[in-house]
Design a protein around this ligand. Structure first.
Ligand SMILES: Cc1cc2nc3c(=O)[nH]c(=O)nc-3n(C[C@H](O)[C@H](O)[C@H](O)COP(=O)(O)OP(=O)(O)OC[C@H]3O[C@@H](n4cnc5c(N)ncnc54)[C@H](O)[C@@H]3O)c2cc1C
Length: 496
């Protein structure tokens, strides 16, 4: 179990008073005090880590959020903000002496503004809910985490979430125009808006990816885009991960930004093909799916150019989608890669780190060496275009010592990402999982400066304590999702 701050016994002793105070602020249906009902909130998608919160509150309005935070500030009660609880870094893990503040009841779209290409949504609206709300007019919200049918826009801002199409259209931070934020003392702030430049400090940049440590987001204004007229994909097989990695680099260097560019290595190709039977080539070492989108004439031209680059990079096989059904078939295996890995190994850890694209070949080679060193299998599926790796470390938790070895292997991968100029955080956030690896990436001076920012917003450290900043003593290595017996958290969601 990951180490968390020692609960304050004084707060635990005041639990009844605290619950009474919360009932005085909110209707009965918005407070969960009962131990059984609280269990639903004891973990997020990192279900290996669990903690029953003191209570759960589900406010319905910004004013209620403000009232709860003001009370918690005065009473010294920690608060863990929560959207849908799909975090893969333990970001919404409760603390024993704090409440969970769930934003699920703030789930309305407040404004759809086509002339300004903006949607104003409450934080509990799902990512896909925004796209669905504007689909009738041919618009959508571009960042597309594969959890998009469940995760909330508030959580997306909390984690600066990404997805397959973020290579071309940017991460959450590039698609947010404005926020309403409630500070720990109950103060309500409005930042940015529908105008393209808010002026002053880049508060939106600071708050996007702040993992619930600086304030509670109660409204988000996002940018929406027109759906591209056409999308076609190439399925490219290569003799090595290095040649596939070179192809990725050459496509980008040629000035082409695909809508999505995803890669799988041999173990992942075999596992997914056995699972979905979409005709992936089995004699290649690496597979690239490159999707081009835009006006048809442009897409057709870019397909030609990518095809020529693939030839120069020794592509062994090449298929180009000629119909929407074929394009979807190319993606089907990639989307099923995580559940497919559950069929070839009793357990796996899903890591998440990002590297500069140029280092792709070097990192893939080194990861293979590490796999041999630890004697553990490895399957690679990742967002190749933006260098976001999701190595799946294959192990058997029933074999003594294998979990420890897998964790050490995972830690080495993340350290490698930092060594080549990348980052620990990828798209899943730091949370508790990567918290103790933060000193690998940041110096004590960096971390102190970040803590000062935290202190300016939340001087008593009441918002999401125990996350992001390392505790005094180190514990587990970071950045993984443990899948035991193929039982993936949220198995109903499609995987990218
Ligand atoms: C199957 C699966 C696939 C996934 N695929 C992807 C993917 O492709 N790309 C990707 O980026 N992520 C992915 N994730 C991770 C996760 O879905 C994202 O991090 C998502 O943004 C979390 O949203 P949520 O609503 O579940 O937030 P939660 O998990 O509830 O919270 C996440 C963090 O944000 C904070 N937070 C939540 N709401 C607020 C708020 N209103 N105000 C302030 N802080 C808040 C929380 O305190 C926490 O630190 C995946 C997860 C699963 C389970």
């Amino acid at each position: 179990m990951v180490q968390m701050p020692v609960p304050d016994s004084g707060i635990l002793a005041r639990r009844d008073d605290i619950v009474r105070a919360l009932y005085a602020l909110l209707p009965e249906s918005c407070v969960i005090a009962d131990a059984v009902a609280r269990r639903a909130y004891e973990c997020d998608a990192v279900s290996a880590y669990r903690q029953l919160p003191l209570a759960v509150v589900l406010p319905r309005t910004t004013a209620e959020v403000s009232a709860v935070l003001k009370y918690c500030h005065e009473a010294g009660v920690p608060v863990v903000p929560r959207g849908a609880g799909t975090s893969l870094s333990g970001g919404a893990l409760p603390v024993a002496d704090g409440i969970v503040l769930g934003l699920g009841k703030l789930n309305k779209i407040l404004d759809i503004d086509f002339p300004n290409r903006a949607v104003v949504a409450q934080p509990g609206v799902t990512n896909l809910g925004i796209s669905n709300a504007v689909a009738h007019a041919g618009f959508y919200y571009a960042p597309d985490p594969s959890s998009q049918i469940a995760c909330t826009i508030g959580g997306n801002v909390g984690e600066n979430s990404g997805g397959v199409h973020c290579l071309k259209y940017g991460l959450t931070t590039n698609n947010i125009l404005g926020l309403e934020l409630v500070l720990i003392d109950g103060t309500i702030l409005r930042l940015g808006g529908k105008a393209l430049d808010a002026g002053g400090y880049d508060w939106l940049g600071l708050l996007t990816g702040s993992e619930g440590l600086l304030g509670v987001i109660t409204e988000v204004t996002v940018r929406i885009l027109r759906r591209p007229a056409t999308a076609r994909a190439l399925l490219l097989g290569f003799p090595s991960s290095e040649t596939a990695g070179d192809c990725v680099g050459q496509i980008i260097a040629a000035g082409i930004i695909p809508g999505g560019m995803e890669m799988m290595d041999r173990p992942a190709i075999h596992a997914t093909e056995a699972f979905v039977n979409v005709g992936y080539p089995l004699d290649v070492e690496a597979l690239l799916i490159v999707e081009l989108d835009g006006p048809q004439v442009e897409v057709d031209h870019l397909i030609e150019r990518v095809s020529a680059i693939a030839d120069r990079c020794s592509a062994m096989t090449k298929r180009i989608s000629t119909s929407e059904a074929e394009r979807m078939a190319f993606w089907a295996g990639r989307k099923a890669a995580f559940p497919a890995a559950g069929r070839i190994s009793p357990d796996y850890l899903c890591m998440d780190g990002t590297i500069p694209r140029r280092a792709l070949s070097q990192v893939l080679t080194r990861m293979t060496e590490l796999s041999q060193h630890y004697g553990l299998g490895l399957a690679n599926v990742f967002h190749a275009g933006d260098g976001n790796l999701h190595p799946l470390i294959l192990f058997d938790a029933n074999k003594p010592g294998e979990l420890d070895k897998a964790e050490a292997f995972g830690g080495d991968i993340l350290k490698l990402c930092v060594e080549v100029g990348g980052v620990l955080t990828g798209e899943h956030g730091v949370g508790v999982e990567k918290r103790d690896l933060m000193p690998v990436m940041f110096s004590e001076i960096d971390l102190d400066q970040q803590r000062r920012v935290k202190d300016a917003f939340d001087p008593h450290g009441l918002l999401n304590p125990g996350k992001v900043f390392p505790l005094l003593s180190r514990c587990a290595e970071g950045g993984k999702m443990h899948v035991a017996g193929g039982a993936l958290p949220h198995p109903d969601l499609p995987r990218f």
